[in-house]
Design a protein around this ligand. Structure first.
Ligand SMILES: [Zn+2]
Length: 442
């Protein structure tokens, strides 16, 4: 029965036991077993470094007047991070991909410059947050040793990864500039091809390079030389496989899931996972509902009702995953009154035209199990995509982070294994990447 109970809800376990007509002594046993499990998970959760490799933000939410040092309605912020016992995160220096169809100068100097400025604004926001807004609570880490040191000092740990190589333009020197600003991974692409590589979106739109461009290959060599992890989340399969063959250091997928369980182009198939393992790298399984469980599309009635609701409250349409952060941000800008009205109407729509239920934490951990079975415990990690996605019942904001550890303990993962999943693997890769860079620079 505990298999079907939601983590962290002993009251529900008890209610379900009663409903099933369980005797009171069996009930007491169930609840004692649940207590033991929770206590064990709690001890592990506090001891290991819990690291999430992908959290989105808008510069205003991070370093504006209302910012992440406060309990905002965002999925991630410092109070929620503390509540959930999440130790470390990579802030995503995300820049959306402009397509030539939208903007003819997307791949000319002016387009690159706009993307570059957007990236710099995000770098600056992270520096401002960690150095001026909350330096007593969170510190910027530049390597794995920093992460371990800051953990022992009882502070939270911030790292940075650049999501999309678009803002480097055609200047390889900018890879070093981003490294110097603190970036420790760089995703080759986002949604849509760029000057470095094909994106997974080519499965729908067709290909530009059939993998990596000549400039993309140069960028990978430069990342290897500097000690910045090459991230293949969002890249096409061909780009990813070429990267695995080319990179002199282990590569990562900062936020992807297993395609065998959820067949979408953003996820990685078995051949890709095995190639990633061969580099010594790690897949950070992402708790993004629509990457975890294939859901039926909304009925026309539901879709129309949701569109009308968003229109009524002046909210953007979150049609593309990259628009989710913009949507979340617009939502948090509604007044408390308006927000309550919106939520109420949303509940009415859910009641009248129910959608397919979102993925749960069990679906999420199924992806971890799958990847561990295929490529081994040393090559799997964890990421949330908070404020850019998320939506998994049970781990839908940073305050619920403990539920992940609890579910892993429930499935029999030992402390050593949980430590690897929650960050030790990623930190090993960071160490390897920086050691290889030092050798290459000799
Ligand atoms: Zn992403």
């Amino acid at each position: 029965m505990s298999r079907h109970a939601r983590p962290g809800l002993p009251a529900l376990v008890i209610a379900m036991a009663f409903a099933a007509g369980t005797s009171s002594s069996a009930l007491a046993q169930t609840s004692r077993a649940e207590d033991v499990l929770t206590k064990k998970a709690r001890a592990i959760h506090e001891k290991v470094i819990t690291l999430d490799t992908h959290i989105d933000f808008s510069p205003g939410d991070l370093a504006g007047e209302r910012n992440y040092s406060q309990r905002l309605e965002t999925q991630f912020n410092l109070p929620k991070m503390i509540d959930g016992g999440l130790d470390a995160l990579f802030f995503s220096i995300y820049v959306g991909q402009t397509r030539e169809a939208q903007n003819p100068d997307a791949f000319q100097a002016a387009g690159y410059e706009r993307a570059y400025k957007a990236a710099i604004e995000k770098f600056d926001a992270v520096h401002r947050f960690t150095h001026e807004i909350a330096p007593d609570k969170i510190e910027l880490a530049l390597n794995a040793a920093d992460v371990r040191r800051i953990k022992t000092q009882g502070k939270k740990i911030a790292l940075m990864g650049v999501e999309n190589g678009y803002p480097i333009g055609e200047e390889i020197a900018r890879v070093k500039e981003f490294y110097d600003r603190g970036a420790r991974y760089l995703s080759l692409t986002h949604n849509g091809h760029n000057q470095l590589a094909d994106s997974h979106t080519g499965e729908r739109d067709g290909w530009k390079w059939n993998g990596l461009s000549p400039l993309g290959k140069q960028a990978i060599a430069e990342m290897n030389r500097l000690g910045i992890m090459v991230d293949v989340s969002h890249a096409s399969k061909e780009s990813m496989m070429q990267t695995a063959g080319l990179s002199k250091a282990p590569i990562i997928a900062s936020h992807s899931a297993a395609r065998a369980l959820c067949d979408i182009s953003r996820n990685m198939d078995d051949e890709q996972l095995l190639a990633l393992k061969k580099t010594g790298g790690v897949i950070q399984v992402v708790a993004y509902s629509s990457f975890i469980r294939t859901t039926r599309p909304d009925s026309p009635e539901r879709a129309a009702a949701l569109t009308a609701l968003r229109k009524e409250f002046g909210l953007p349409e979150p049609t593309d995953p990259s628009q989710r952060a913009r949507f979340q941000s617009a939502l948090t800008q509604l007044s408390a009154d308006k927000r309550a009205q919106y939520e109420k109407k949303l509940v009415d729509i859910d009641h009248e035209h129910p959608g397919d239920p979102p993925a749960t934490i069990k679906d999420f951990v199924d992806h971890i199990d799958y990847a561990v079975k295929l490529i081994g415990i040393d090559h799997v990690g964890i990421s949330s995509d908070f404020d850019g996605g998320g939506g998994v019942i049970g781990w839908n904001d940073a305050s619920e982070t403990f539920n992940v550890t609890l579910e892993l303990v429930r499935r029999g993962y030992t402390e050593t294994k949980i430590e690897k999943l929650w960050g030790a693997n990623l930190l090993r890769v960071m160490d390897d990447v920086q050691r290889i860079a030092a050798e290459l620079q000799k």
